[in-house]
Design a binder for this molecule. Structure first.
Ligand code: ME8
Length: 648
């Protein structure tokens, strides 16, 4: 059977891994784990792009022989990926002999058949992007249209790849195969790029003494690094070495990358090279958006480049979270906030908010409270004849199907939102059914039934989140005393934990973060730049007296219902239980929370605020929430408290 072949780009080794390269690699790892769970044999490739002139230049600047430099840097990448729980099957390096052989052979074949021909090149070159630009694409500033760095004028004999000959076939292929370039926005960009007309591409460079020499023509320098690099995907299958057997892996099922290297390279030059070779094309190319930091592009000169392991490490230190779970929390944050169609903001505050909110409060708390009550009420054993109520079981199955569909589409933010709906539903179910009250009333049988839904939810979630947080999934399975994390199809089996099954004592996986995550320092092993320091806290206002404070009546309310306010993107109408009294308030949190996410939650509310008419609704109070860069982050009591409890 053909293996499911997943690739990341191979990364330039002139600088160390950062949150951009980590994103692509973590997405690929999650996709690989997801496909494995679904019973497929997976072949997951990542690696390093070592033949680039800019890599050579950095090695020279440091006074290190280039081969030694790339050897060291390849190890930094491999180490970082392993530390981030990335289980690749192959790590390819373009300086390997097997790859050099493939590049030379492809170059020869295409030259023999006339797809590569000799000419001369005059034009503008960006060494940072390793790309030539036609004069028509640049303005008077003579800077790179992609990265804004100064361009160099080049005038040299060189070989060209006949890209223009494939323009029509490429367009037809993209139009006929909607899954070929994803998401939709990238497909349109690619069609736009091809629509401007494809020029032949210069595929050799003189003046460089690092790279794969142009075969049989030593005066022509080295093969253009992109022509070389793209072929890594073919080398890794054993093409040229394994006869027809390489077809057990070829073509790639999913090639992942950032949006910058999709239209021109992966969706144009790459498939055209494969067409020229007469090889099947990849099934799907997926280009994610970019991380931006403080609304700016990440760059060393701005000092806003984050090293992934340091970010995870600082969370572990600040929260007391064990290292493997802190790494998983980082993976969760990257995938939950993943830029899909557009770019997304990366921030330590955002990471902390997701950690405390989604992981400590939601996931961690569901497991902890369920196991605690199981131990308190049932000695840690699953009660007799426990079954999940049909309505809850239906909801679990429906959400699991939604998660599957989203993960298959590489839409991790949506998939994770859908998974978290399960947690919200169980919390609401607990609040409605109140197993603690049922116990007081002597109805242990029903209380056991209710808590069993929480156990099954935790078991299901361990399976659903395993591609994203493999170690956390294992920890959940261990606390449930299961022999392994259930695989995808098994995770959706209801009532799968038998009566009498003994559960472990709960241990918190995600201790709450009390302090701010420390600013990561320089990457030790690698030349990543120091990240932007966290913003200073806002200055403190004038002091008030205790009597001033006493005038504020703050109470804990339980959210009974939530709905969007018509014609407003920002407002939600909340119906609250404030201790036997129902209140309506209007809250500006619609951009940060979906109604479903918050029903059942407890929040502090200022109840003696003068009522106000907002969009035709009388708002009788104000909810209190943390303000993180203008985003609301809800505050919840440490444990469930009676509605109406006074906050003082
Ligand atoms: O392009 N946000 O390597 P590379 C998200 N060697 N992704 C980002 C990002 C950001 N701020 N910054 C970079 C190369 N990336 C070539 C690939 S493949 C045959 C050759 C992503 O090390 C970027 O989009 O410059 C790309 O997918 C990846 O990091 C590799 O970048």
């Amino acid at each position: 059977m053909k293996r499911y072949y997943i690739t990341t780009p191979i990364y330039y080794v002139n600088s160390a891994p950062h949150i951009g390269t980590a994103l692509t690699t973590i997405v690929a790892d999650a996709c690989a784990r997801f496909q494995k769970q679904r019973g497929r044999e997976v072949y997951f490739l990542t690696g390093t792009d070592e033949n680039a002139p800019k890599v050579h230049r950095v090695a020279q600047e440091r006074g290190v022989p280039t081969q030694q430099f790339v050897d060291e840097m390849a190890e930094v990448f491999a180490h970082t990926w392993r530390a981030l729980h990335i289980e690749y099957d192959v790590f390819i390096r373009t300086t390997e002999a097997r790859h050099t052989r493939v590049v030379s052979e492809v170059f020869r074949r295409l030259r023999e058949q006339g797809d590569i021909y000799k000419g001369s090149y005059q034009g503008w070159y960006c060494i940072a992007c390793e790309t030539f630009f036609a004069s028509s694409k640049i303005d008077q500033s003579r800077t790179c249209p992609d990265c804004s760095k100064p361009l160099e004028w080049r005038d040299e004999p060189c070989y060209y790849f006949r890209l223009s000959a494939y323009e029509a076939r490429l367009r037809e292929h993209i139009l006929a195969n909607p899954q070929f370039v994803q998401p939709e926005v990238r497909r349109n960009e690619t069609l736009g790029f091809i629509g401007e007309g494809l020029q032949d591409v210069a595929v050799s460079r003189t003046g460089a003494d690092w790279g794969v020499p142009v075969p049989d023509d030593p005066d022509s320098g080295v093969v253009y690094v992109w022509f070389d690099a793209l072929l890594n995907y073919l080398t890794a299958t054993g093409w040229l070495e394994r006869g027809e057997n390489y077809l057990d892996t070829w073509p790639p099922d999913l090639q992942l990358m950032g949006k910058d290297i999709l239209p021109r390279f992966h969706a144009t030059i790459w498939p055209a090279m494969l067409m020229a070779l007469g090889l099947p094309l990849p099934e799907r190319l997926y280009g994610h958006g970019w991380w931006i930091v403080n609304q700016q592009k990440m760059s060393k000169s701005l000092g806003n480049v984050y090293a992934p392991l340091e970010v995870a490490q600082s969370l572990a230190q600040a929260s007391g979270c064990e290292q493997p779970y802190a790494i998983d929390a980082f993976r969760y944050y990257l995938l939950r906030e993943m830029p899909t169609d557009s770019d997304a903001e990366f921030s330590l505050e955002g990471f902390e908010a997701r950690y405390n909110g989604d992981l400590a409060n939601d996931l961690g708390n569901l497991l902890h409270r369920t196991l605690s009550m199981m131990h308190r009420y049932f000695g840690g054993r699953v009660p007799q004849d426990a079954r999940v109520d049909a309505s809850i079981a239906d909801l679990f199955a429906q959400q699991a199907a939604r998660v599957t569909e989203a993960f298959e589409a590489v839409d991790y933010p949506r998939g994770l939102r859908e998974a978290w709906q399960i947690i919200g539903a169980v919390n609401r179910y607990y609040d409605e059914q109140a197993p603690w009250t049922l116990m007081k009333q002597g109805n242990a049988e029903r209380a056991g039934q209710v808590l069993y839904a929480g156990l099954i939810a935790a078991r299901l979630l361990s399976g659903l989140i395993e591609p994203v947080m493999p170690q956390v999934a294992r920890a959940i399975a261990q606390q449930l005393n299961l022999s392994a994390v259930p695989c995808w199809s098994d995770a959706t089996v209801m009532n799968a934990i038998p009566s009498g099954h003994l559960l472990q004592e709960p241990t918190p996986i995600f201790p709450r973060l009390q302090t701010k995550t420390k600013t990561p320092t320089e990457a030790q092993a690698a030349p990543a730049a120091t990240p932007t320091p966290l913003k200073e806290p806002k200055p403190m206002p004038e002091p008030i007296t205790i009597d001033d404070f006493k005038r504020l009546q703050i109470r804990i309310a339980t959210i009974k219902a939530a709905e969007p306010v018509p014609k407003s993107n920002k407002l939600l109408k909340l119906t609250l239980d404030v201790g036997g009294e129902e209140r309506t308030i209007v809250a500006g949190i619609a951009e940060d929370y979906a109604p479903d996410q918050i029903v059942g939650k407890q929040i502090p509310v200022l109840v003696n605020l003068q009522p106000a008419l907002i969009r035709g609704i009388v708002s009788e109070g104000m909810m209190l929430a943390a303000d993180v860069d203008g985003k609301a982050v809800l505050l919840h009591p440490d444990r469930a408290v009676p509605s109406g409890s006074v906050v003082r």
